[in-house]
Design a protein around this ligand. Structure first.
Ligand SMILES: [Zn+2]
Length: 332
């Protein structure tokens, strides 16, 4: 997405180019078949604000350090300003502390203002980076879809934002990312996306959720069930996994989660983590064969969505190696 005056250009790469979409700005389109797991982009931050609750002055400080060329690039990015003030709450509760009030007013003013500003561009394009946020000039050009074909991650090992293909992508297909949590329901997604200044028109958002034959209905059912399962298993996973393994329905719930994530096309690190937990639970139950199958899935999904250079990828590889050793000992 970009402002009217400059036609954006992708960095030199073999996978995609930026094309105009009539009435909708720009998008990134595949120029050849892209296999799942391909790293489409590794982007350097243009501007970093190392805190989550930033003010305009924090962005200004970072912006002032940029070269004239970089500042121009920053202002060529899309801005979600000019929104209808009626879309946003007009009152701030008295309970909100003064400094937070000032922050909310700044953001509100930027969103509803007539012109693009430092803060409106930051709000529209920033991605999480460590404990703060950053704008990645090329990653920011990828449009949103609630069922995207690619995903993005901050990779601290290489200090770059990466974009990986989550599915096989065909030539001329638009490459999309989800700006919001894929398990969220339509109403919440549309609220989250309003922060970026647009209304999503993907098939999950525009289809009739009441009509059981539509994708929108099936997607809504899956997201609802996933949220339910997330809640039910939250305190049984990760460091509580041994406890979870004692619950007779736990493994079944994890398998259902893995199936739902895949059906929804959510081949992200979250799915890798579900597979890892399935592997570990199978190990606890003595089913090492199944543990190896799930462990291999975990490694594959993890590598496909984040890359083998991602900081905690080795943890997945180590678990799989351990399980494989156990299996060969068992067979011997
Ligand atoms: Zn959507």
């Amino acid at each position: 997405m970009a402002s009217a005056e400059a036609i954006p250009v992708a960095p030199p790469n073999e996978y995609y180019e930026i094309r105009a979409i009539p009435g909708k700005g720009y998008g990134c389109f595949a120029v050849k078949p892209i296999e799942r797991g391909t790293r489409i982009l590794a982007d350097d931050p243009l501007i970093i604000v190392p805190i989550a609750y930033y003010m305009n002055c924090d962005i200004q400080q970072a912006f002032d350090k940029l070269s004239a060329h970089e500042q121009k690039l920053y202002f060529s990015l899309h801005s979600g300003h000019g929104q209808d003030p009626k879309l946003w709450p007009s009152r701030i509760s008295d309970q909100v502390p003064e400094h937070e009030k000032a922050r909310i007013i700044e953001q509100h003013t930027a969103r509803t203002g007539k012109d693009a500003s430092l803060i409106s561009i930051f709000q529209t394009n920033c991605m999480e980076k460590d404990k703060g946020a950053a704008v990645f000039p090329h990653a920011a050009r990828f449009n949103h879809c609630c069922n995207p074909n690619a995903c993005f991650t901050w990779n601290s090992a290489i200090q770059k934002e990466t974009i990986h293909a989550m599915t096989d992508i065909q030539p001329d297909e638009q490459i999309t990312l989800s700006y919001c949590d894929m398990t969220h329901e339509r109403k919440l997604r549309s609220w989250e996306l309003r922060h970026y200044g647009f209304v999503c028109d993907c098939r999950a958002c525009t289809g009739d959720e009441e009509d059981e034959t539509t994708f929108a209905n099936q997607s809504a059912e899956r997201r609802f069930r996933l949220e339910e399962l997330e809640r039910e298993t939250k305190n049984l996973r990760g460091k509580y996994l041994l406890q979870g393994a004692q619950d007779p329905n736990f493994a079944k719930k994890l398998l259902e989660m893995a199936a739902l994530h895949q059906q929804e096309g959510d081949w992200t690190a979250r799915l890798a983590n579900v597979f890892l937990d399935i592997a570990l639970v199978c190990e606890v139950h003595g089913d090492v064969e199944m543990a190896v199958v799930a462990g291999a899935k975990a490694v594959q999904v993890k590598r496909d969505c984040q890359g083998a250079d991602f900081p905690d990828y080795s943890k997945y590889v180590d678990v799989l190696r351990r399980l494989k050793t156990k299996l060969s000992q068992k067979k011997a």
